[in-house]
Design a protein around this ligand. Structure first.
Ligand code: ATP
Ligand code: MG
Ligand code: MG
Length: 357
């Protein structure tokens, strides 16, 4: 049996753990946030990976990071800081939203002059689910709050048609494998739903693979990475990168012969990495701040992943995957969910149904 230790013990580490079972891999998520947790005993042949980009210097965090088999050790520093992540993307000539680094003396006027009359400040590190962002509008005045100076980048507002993402993996030998593009719906910065595959996105697949492939190769990356993009007409531009398994790839648990979690484990432990067989139509619905309801499970094409977290408003507490060969059956399952989810899911389900019909 191979052993993999994961920096972090949230839902991604947990889903990696059960993805290890059909591969004969023991996966051990480690709660590196706990300062009282002793460094685990790691085997020399074990492999270390991370479910997140930043972690504290606790005994367990330091021990995992120091292991010679910690994959992509040098990548996290570059991608966890939006400034160095953007520099990497720019240096490769991969399209991304125009941006500038917010220095101590950067003014709002400079942002508007270079990026347009609406700009988005994003914290350089630690932001997720749209937290750590601030829209600045020229019409609202000329101030740039001082707490955003030296801690953020400014981005132009992208007039995108829709958001898509690509999840792919690279082996140590440089082989690349990708899933089909996924269409994503974000509401207030939080991913609410994903759909994949979609016939109408097929013509963008090679463009997306070239972009993510260039990034994976430049970083000599091993494992799964996700690339969030904006589609503007026939052009994709990168929003951000996640050097890990990603929420927009959760549909692969039901919709592919190798899930993104299995793909990541295969790549980092040097198992064969065949292209996954993608089945049927998949929809993923994120469960945000809603209480568990067994009525979600009434249909045969529906799976629930419940993260066992305390339910709080705005918190991701689980996701539902629906995979079906029949669009009509899929739509029926979505209608069932509509009756058992909070009212704000109405627009999310409308969005999914409109795409599938
Ligand atoms: P995640 O949870 O995906 O890590 P995050 O907090 O890191 O989110 P981003 O992905 O950068 O934040 O942005 C969140 C959402 O905000 C995007 O999915 C998109 O809907 C919107 N957004 C981000 N950047 C821009 C932009 N430059 N122009 C317009 N909308 C944007
Ligand atoms: Mg992010
Ligand atoms: Mg994002």
């Amino acid at each position: 049996m191979k052993d993999v230790w994961v920096i972090g013990s949230g839902q991604l580490g947990r889903m990696m753990q059960y993805a290890g079972t059909p591969l004969g891999i023991n996966v051990h998520p480690v709660n590196v946030d706990d300062p009282a947790l002793a460094a685990p005993e790691l085997s020399a042949t074990g492999v270390i990976t991370a479910e997140r980009e930043l972690w504290p210097e606790t005994p367990s965090g330091k021990a995992l990071q120091a292991h010679p088999n910690f994959r992509n050790n040098t990548v996290f520093g570059r991608t966890a800081d939006r400034k160095t992540q953007k520099e990497l993307i720019d240096a490769l000539g991969v399209a991304t939203a125009k941006w500038l680094n917010v220095e101590a003396d950067t003014t709002a006027a400079q942002c508007y002059e270079q990026l347009g009359d609406t700009v988005l400040l994003k914290r350089r590190s630690g932001g997720y689910d749209g937290r750590g962002q601030l829209w600045l509008k020229q019409a609202d005045g000329d101030s740039l709050p001082s707490e955003w100076q030296q801690t953020s980048i400014a981005e132009e507002k992208c007039p995108f048609d829709e958001e898509v993402s690509l999840v792919g993996a690279r082996t140590a030998q440089g082989e690349l494998v990708f899933y089909p593009l996924t269409r994503n719906l974000h509401v207030n910065g939080i991913l609410m739903a994903s759909i994949s595959p979609l016939q109408r996105l097929v013509h963008l697949q090679s463009q997306a693979e070239d972009m993510l492939g260039a990034i994976l190769n430049e970083l000599e990356y091993v494992g799964v990475m996700a690339m969030e993009c904006f589609r503007i007409g026939d052009k994709l531009i990168v929003n951000e990168l996640a050097p890990r398994v990603h929420n927009s790839g959760h549909w692969t648990q039901a919709g592919a012969s190798i899930s993104q979690f299995e793909m990541h484990l295969r790549a980092i432990t040097e198992l064969p990495l065949p292209s996954p067989i993608v089945r049927n139509h998949s929809v993923m619905i994120n469960l945000i701040g809603v209480a568990y309801d067994e009525a979600w499970l009434a249909y045969a094409d529906t799976q629930l992943h419940w993260y066992n977290k305390e339910v709080r408003p705005g918190r991701k507490v689980g996701h539902i995957n629906i995979n079906d060969a029949s669009v009509d059956s899929l739509l029926a399952s979505l209608e069932n969910l509509r009756g058992h989810l909070a009212d704000n899911y109405g627009e999310v389900l409308d969005w999914v149904c409109e795409e599938l019909r």
